[in-house]
Design a protein around this ligand. Structure first.
Ligand code: NHW
Ligand code: EN5
Length: 388
């Protein structure tokens, strides 16, 4: 039983299949004067802190908490290692609220022991563009687990989001909670087979040798599509048009304007990479692909410490085939030294995963909405949203 989640305005398991329930907000917004003015109570030894992500010192504290305590795979072989530059990017988008970067410190030592964050976003659900918080980086130090700290942190971020007159949120998790809007599959494209096998990320296939495996995953040395190049600041208007038109077909999708595209998609070294195809004849931007950099620490391997992973972000193909576009993305990722290219089966990704030799991983990603009910769960291909 979900003692906490049962009390929250989210779709409940008992309501699955009940078509009499209306689509849309579960609870109405309340006047801001009715939002609780004081923070929720923490156990006596702990205190709230707002983490100033402009401070290099505080950013390092959040980085180190996550590096040592954030998400691991189900066999505890790998742990996400978001870089400081990545955290700055993820947590300070246009219009961000510093008050949504919430830490918990031990009162005596002042050590940061927990964190949760939100950033504002517009997310379209069918024809309805909703202001939401995207909640991410919920983390409780390993030594403080199972003490019901997470529900207090979720209530506190909810309160601070409400204070900005925002009443919905979106989040993803590897675990099943009440109740997923969609359940997506992780897929992995090997770029560096020898290392992936050495560290236990993948295994040598049946009747496969190392040299055959290396040959199987070989890629060309440079992108093949004429006009394929890195995105630049002057491309923001064209990329925004291309992306908005592409995302309009999905049931739930992010609603990007030019400011958002500038922040979320302009290349940042070792954080986010974006490429486009500029037609050599018309100079139109016809295709776009992007991925973000999220290394994982390899736990307890004597030879390697870090797995360099690229994660597919937003991709649009209009003139080039998705296959050729994403093959070029794999080529540039390989050239940049990534070991693996990961993707979810969201948007039109199914159209290239198998042919480009991605294989299904052992992880799933569940998407959730807070205080917004959908009549039924979505297929991954109906989702036009990627969270970091
Ligand atoms: S998902 C990654 C979450 N982080 C990790 O997995 C890191 C490693 N694990 C930990 O740090 C991306 C701890 O295990 C955490 C739980 C902190 C996960 N989401 O304190 P207790 C995100 O960041 C529920 C939501 O004793 P703990 C998205 C669990 O079901 N709930 O557990 C975050 C139970 O409730 P129940 C989760 O292990 C979205 C309760 O927590 C959860 O010491 C947040 C147990 O608490 C998860 N990933 O700490 C929601 N994992 O009802 C945002 C466990 O079942 C909602 N739980 O008894 C929207 C808010 C904004 C609204 C605005 C209007
Ligand atoms: C919120 N923004 O389990 C994020 N990753 O498959 C939080 N598996 O890397 C939610 N277990 O399958 C995060 N190799 C949820 C995901 C948590 C991390 C996670 C999975 C996703 C993963 C790898 C390694 C497994 C190690 C043992 C995996 C197989 C690759 C193989 C390559 C060749 C073709 C077949 C697949």
């Amino acid at each position: 039983p979900h003692k906490f989640w049962e009390t929250q305005p989210v779709g409940q398991f008992k309501d699955i299949g009940d078509t009499s329930l209306p689509e849309g907000p579960i609870e109405a917004a309340t006047p801001l004067s009715e939002v609780k003015q004081e923070p929720y109570n923490l156990p006596a030894a702990y205190e709230w802190t707002t983490c100033d992500m402009k401070s290099d010192y505080v950013c390092s504290e959040v980085y180190n908490l996550l590096r040592n305590n954030y998400v691991e795979d189900d066999e505890n072989m790998f742990r996400f290692n978001y870089s400081k530059e990545f955290l700055t990017w993820a947590l300070r988008p246009p219009g961000y609220y510093p008050s949504w970067h919430i830490g918990v410190r031990a009162k005596t030592s002042k050590k940061l022991v927990a964190f949760i964050s939100g950033v504002p976003a517009r997310i379209r659900v069918r024809d309805d563009v909703v202001k939401m918080a995207e909640i991410n980086f919920l983390c409780v130090h390993k030594k403080l687990r199972s003490k019901r700290l997470a529900p207090v942190m979720i209530k506190e971020v909810t309160r601070r989001v409400h204070l900005e007159n925002i009443w919905q949120a979106a989040y993803t998790a590897g675990v099943v909670l009440p109740t997923p809007v969609a359940t997506c599959q992780y897929w992995h494209r090997t770029l560096n087979p020898k290392k992936l096998i050495d560290v236990g990320f993948s295994r040598l296939g049946a009747r496969m040798t190392m040299s055959r495996t290396i040959k199987l995953y070989k890629l060309q040395d440079a992108p093949v599509t004429p006009g394929f190049r890195k995105m630049e600041p002057c491309d923001v208007p064209a990329v925004t048009r291309l992306l908005r038109s592409y995302l309009s077909q999905f049931l739930v999708a992010t609603d990007f304007d030019e400011n958002d595209v500038e922040h979320w998609l302009l290349p940042r070294e070792d954080v986010v990479d974006s490429y486009l195809v500029e037609s050599p004849e018309t100079h139109d931007v016809t295709d776009f692909c992007s991925f973000y950099t999220l290394p994982s620490t390899i736990l307890g391997n004597p030879n390697y410490t870090t797995l360099k992973a690229a994660y597919s972000y937003y991709n649009v193909a209009t003139k080039t085939t998705f296959l050729q576009l994403m093959n070029d993305a794999l080529i540039v990722a390989k050239q940049k030294g990534f070991d693996v290219f990961n993707a979810l089966d969201v948007m039109h990704n199914e159209s290239f995963l198998k042919e480009l030799k991605f294989g299904p991983g052992d992880g799933q990603l569940h998407y959730y909405l807070y205080n917004y009910r959908l009549r039924s769960a979505l297929k991954p291909s109906e989702l036009g949203l990627v969270l970091l």
